[in-house]
Design a protein around this ligand. Sequence first.
Ligand code: TRP
Length: 467
Amino acid sequence: MAGPTEHAHWSSRWTFMLAAVGSAVGLGNIWKFPYQAGLNGGGAFVLFYLAFVFLIGLPVLMAELSIGRRAQKSPVYAMEQVASEEGRSKLWVLLGWSGVLGGFIILTYYSVVGGWVLAYIVKAAQGFGGFDAEMSRATFGAFSTDPVEPVIWHFVFMAVTVAIVAQGLKGGLEKAVKALMPALFVLLIGMVIYSGVVGDLGAALYFLFNPDFHTLFYQETVDAATGAVTQTFTIARVLNALGLAFFSLSLGMGTIMTYGSYLTKDINIGKSAFTIALADSAVALMAGLAIFPIVFAFGLNPGESVGLVFITLPIAFGQMPGGEIVGAAFFFLLAFAAITSAISLIEPTVSFIEEKTGKSRGVIASFVGGLIATIGLLSAWSQSGSVLGDVSIFGMDLMSAKGYLTDNIMMPAGGLFIAIFSGWFISRKNAMEELALEDASFRKYYFLVKYVCPVAISAVFVSVLFF
Ligand code: TRP
């Protein structure tokens, strides 16, 4: 029986790093970052995103890893144990629960987008010859609103995820990340170079790195009747940047805590976390540099929203020699990046049930995966009114509403409470012992986690209520 005492461990620091980077790097970096940067006006948003990754994400990442490692248990039990060791309220266990639940909710839409990626491997291999902006947009639109095709791919995506998780830590996850994470990096670099040569690199650099704070803070609304433009101050885009930083680092939802629970004491959490944050934000920027030169060269709209990757890149693949192979390889590796993240989203739930019931991973993973796949149908069908009618929640379709709930509310809130717990409710001595950092680095970490993270996250939350 697999109980907490026989808890698995990573084979080496290298496999842990690959798995953590594999969790972090996913659709969030290659699909969400470019489209959100596009929607939110570019440079200033990117700057805030990067600042949030290093000033808020990084300390929360370290805090999550160290809670997981200290307890050597999945988030629910880890929070229960550490809170009780520190003589704190039992209610902290709710933070563990919110992580398990959050990962579950994210996966019910993540796997739908994962399914789109799988479908695009096939479409790319068939070729996008002669695609212009219009054709590309029409193809994606017809596909994503079809009642059947995306659903099949969504099931395939979940089945692959479950199959890997069922093999356990070493047999499944480690083998998977070792083979394909390095390949993803190589291919992405290739894409960046290609785009830079054929696309409008200057415009892309300007868009991504020239901060225009006015667009970030002012929302323009055009009066339909009079055509008059009004500008209102808003913090919504700053919250989006914060949510994206958390999302792309896999934070606030127990994933990283679970991965931390498989860590041995000899691993340096500070260094590892820094490398993870660096790799993660580098991939996001590279994805931006692969996509925006093409967007601008072909006169596409950077604010294309969720379809950006699926609409813009096919145009480039359609024109390059050997584009079928490069295109299929790109979507294949994106699918892989998505799968290594999906694994990490389901892992907290699976490892919790494993600890609780002692049942086999195969059974648990199939059950949880089946449930997620079923609930995910609602996300898949929310892209068109054909099956469920036009369901709208606060003016968003169901998939966007779930994304908003997890990215903009649950993750920053999870991060806020992890920071508060680690900064105020774990004794300084214990925090120091677990992290085993040099004095100066520890002081920086502690200052960030104790003051900067709680204040900054609350400030963003509170101001969103007012602006
Ligand atoms: N970070 C992943 C991505 O960028 C998604 C992800 C995996 C995630 N595990 C998570 C997001 C836990 C939030 C919480 O695609």
